[in-house]
Design a protein around this ligand. Structure first.
Ligand SMILES: Cc1cc2nc3c(=O)[nH]c(=O)nc-3n(C[C@H](O)[C@H](O)[C@H](O)COP(=O)(O)OP(=O)(O)OC[C@H]3O[C@@H](n4cnc5c(N)ncnc54)[C@H](O)[C@@H]3O)c2cc1C
Length: 499
C-alpha cells in the first residue's frame, strides 16, 4: 500500500510541480504551498541546512560538525536562543550521578512509566525510547562541553526528582561556539521560507530563505533539519486547534510562529497532538518576565480557588491541566492560597530566598497577605467566607488523608506529602495560565524523519524539538521539552550523517 501510495504521491508532486510551472508561465501566481522547484544554482550549499537556533537546532549543529558534516544554521531572529534561552532550564534525566549522590533511585523504566502516565498513554513509546537511549549520553556530552548541570529537583509529573537545571544562556553560548569553532556557519536574521523539492531526486533538497529583504536559496546535500520551534506566537494556528488557549497569556521566543511546521505541512506532514496544546498555570495576571512572574506555590501545597472561594481542581495534576481549570473560569483566574510554611517550602524547592522574590511579589496586585485567610481573600477580591470555609475543609482532608472532593493525594504528581494551610501569615496570589510551548507538531520517527499524513517518510527532511509531536502526548512532564529538543536535535544530525 505504501508503495502504491509512493507512486501516487510522486505523480501528485510531479503534477503539482508541473501545475506550478504552468501557472507561472501563464503569468498567474502559484499557490505558495505548492512544491517549490529546485533552482538552477544554489545561493549557498552545505551537507545539512538547519532551520532554527534554539536547543534543537544548536544540538543538531554540534552533533553534525562532530560527524564531519558541513552545516549552515539559519535563525530568523537577530539573536539565537528562541524559547530555549528564556526557559526555566529544567532538563529531565534518569540515573545521573547527581541523583545517585542524593540517594534518588531513578531509572529509564520509571522515567518511561511516568512519561506514559503523564501523557495519558497517547504518546509514542518509540519516541520515548529514542529519548531514553540517548539521555545519559547527552548528560555526559553537555558536561564535556563545559555546561554545568545542577542537582535534580522534583517537578510536575515526576515520581522522583529528575529535573536537572541546565542554564539556558550557557547552553546557547556554549553550543553556538562549539559548532561555529568546528566550521558551522550561523546566519542570523535569515528566515527560511519554503522547502525546495527536486523532481528528479524525488526529495526535499533545500529551501528558500529571506535574509533581511534579500531572497536566497540553500541547498542541502544530505538533509534539511527543521528545528524552528513551536507556534505560541501564531494566534491563527493556535486558535484553529485549541480555541480555549486564546484566553491564555503568551511567554515564548519571538520567532515561535510555526514556520517550520507550515513548511513541512506544505509537503503533507502529519500534524499531531494539537488537542493537547495547553497553557501552563501559575503566572501572574499580567506576566512580563517569565522567571519572576511564574510562581508555583501549588507544588509545595497551595490550593487553587476561584472567585467564589471554592477549589476548582486537584492541585497535584499537571500544571497544563491546572491551566485548563484556570482558563475555564470566567476571569481566567485561579487564586493560589497558602501559608507561611508553604511559602518557605516553595522558596526552598526553587532555591530562592524571600529577599530575591520580594522585589517582584511586593508589586501591587501580585500577592495579598494577612493574618487570616478571610482577610487575605477579601483583599484579593475572593468570597472571603467561602475561602475560609474551603481552606478549613481542605485542612481536614489533609489530616484525614482523604480528599473526597478532588482526590488530591500529593503535592505534585506522585510526589510529596500534603501540607495543611494553617500557619499565618496567609497569602493569596491571583494566577492564570500562559502558553510557553505548543508540544504538538509534525509526526516523526525515532530517527527524526518526518512522516506524512499517509504514514510515509518525506524524503530529505528531518525535524526536532518543539515543532514535533508524539513525544509528550496528552500532557507534558517538566524538563522533557528542553530535553526533547536537545536529544532529538542530536538524533536528527546522526540520521543526516547516515543519509
Ligand atoms: C518561559 C519558558 C519556560 C520553559 N521552561 C522549560 C523548562 O524548564 N524545561 C523544559 O523542558 N521546557 C521548558 N520550556 C519549553 C522549552 O524551552 C522549549 O520547548 C524548547 O526549548 C524548544 O526548543 P526548540 O529548539 O525546539 O525551539 P526554540 O528554542 O524556540 O528555537 C526555535 C528557533 O527557530 C527560530 N525560527 C523560527 N522560524 C524560523 C525560520 N523560518 N527561519 C529561521 N529560524 C526560525 C526561532 O526564532 C527560534 O530561535 C519553557 C518554555 C518557555 C517559553
Amino acid at each position: 500500500m505504501s508503495r502504491n501510495f509512493a507512486v501516487n504521491r510522486r505523480n501528485f508532486v510531479k503534477a503539482a510541480v508541473a501545475a506550478g510551472a504552468f501557472l507561472a508561465s501563464a503569468g498567474a501566481v502559484p499557490a505558495s504551498a505548492m512544491p517549490t522547484p529546485k533552482p538552477e544554482k544554489w545561493g549557498n550549499e552545505a551537507d545539512v541546512i538547519i532551520v532554527g537556533g534554539g536547543a534543537a537546532g544548536l544540538a543538531a549543529a554540534c552533533e553534525a560538525v562532530d560527524k564531519d558534516l558541513s552545516v549552515i544554521l539559519l535563525e530568523k531572529q537577530p539573536i539565537l536562543g528562541g524559547s530555549t534561552i528564556i526557559c526555566g532550564g529544567q532538563m529531565s534525566f534518569a540515573g545521573t550521578p547527581d541523583q545517585k549522590e542524593k540517594g534518588i533511585n531513578d531509572s529509564v523504566e520509571l522515567f518511561t512509566k511516568d512519561l506514559l502516565e503523564v501523557g495519558g498513554h497517547v504518546n509514542d513509546p518509540a519516541l520515548i525510547k529514542a529519548y531514553m537511549d540517548i539521555q545519559l549520553e547527552t548528560y555526559d556530552w553537555l558536561k564535556k562541553m563545559g555546561i554545568q548541570i545542577s542537582n535534580p529537583r522534583p517537578n510536575s509529573g515526576m515520581s522522583v526528582p529528575r529535573g536537572h537545571f541546565v542554564s539556558p544562556p550557557q547552553f546557547i553560548t556554549v553550543t553556538q561556539k562549539y559548532a561555529a569553532d568546528k566550521g558551522a556557519k550561523i546566519l542570523l536574521n535569515c528566515a527560511a521560507q519554503r522547502l525546495v523539492y527536486d523532481d528528479v531526486a524525488k526529495k526535499i533538497v533545500g529551501l528558500t530563505a529571506k535574509s533581511r529583504s534579500r531572497e536566497t536559496t540553500f541547498g542541502a546535500k544530505k538533509a534539511v533539519i527543521l528545528a524552528a520551534g513551536g507556534y505560541c506566537r501564531n494566534p491563527d494556528l493556535l486558535g484553529q486547534y485549541t480555541p480555549l488557549i486564546r484566553k491564555a497569556k503568551v511567554i515564548a521566543g519571538l520567532g515561535t510562529q510555526g514556520d517550520g511546521i507550515k513548511m513541512a505541512l506544505a509537503y503533507g506532514a502529519d500534524f499531531i497532538d494539537t488537542p493537547y496544546v495547553k497553557a501552563t498555570y501559575g503566572v501572574t495576571m499580567n506576566p512580563s518576565i517569565f522567571n519572576e512572574d511564574y510562581m508555583q506555590y501549588y507544588y509545595s501545597g497551595a490550593v487553587i480557588l476561584n472567585k467564589a472561594g471554592k477549589r476548582i481542581v486537584n492541585e497535584s495534576i499537571s500544571y497544563k491541566l491546572l491551566g485548563d481549570a484556570a482558563l475555564a473560569q470566567k476571569d481566567g483566574c485561579g487564586f493560589q492560597v497558602f501559608d507561611s510554611v508553604i511559602r518557605e517550602a516553595e522558596y526552598e524547592r526553587r532555591r530562592k530566598t524571600p529577599e530575591a522574590v520580594a522585589k517582584f511579589e511586593n508589586r501591587p496586585g501580585i500577592l495579598y497577605q494577612a493574618d487570616t485567610i478571610k482577610e487575605a481573600a477579601k483583599q484579593a477580591g475572593i468570597d472571603a467566607e467561602a475561602a475560609e470555609e474551603t481552606v478549613k475543609r481542605y485542612n481536614g482532608y489533609v489530616k484525614s488523608g482523604s480528599d473526597p472532593e478532588f482526590g488530591r493525594k500529593h503535592l505534585s504528581g506522585n510526589f510529596g506529602e500534603l501540607r495543611a494551610i494553617e500557619k499565618p501569615p496567609f497569602y493569596v496570589m491571583p494566577s492564570t495560565a500562559a502558553i510557553i510551548g505548543t508540544y504538538s507538531g509534525v509526526r516523526i520517527t525515532p530517527k527524526a524523519e518526518v512522516i506524512d499524513i499517509f504514514g510515509d517518510i518525506i524524503p530529505g527532511i528531518l525535524a526536532a524539538g518543539e515543532m514535533t509531536g508524539g513525544f509528550h502526548g496528552a500532557a507534558y512532564m517538566t524538563g522533557t521539552a528542553f530535553g526533547k529538543a536537545t536529544m532529538f536535535g542530536r538524533i536528527a544530525a546522526r540520521t543526516a550523517a547516515g543519509m
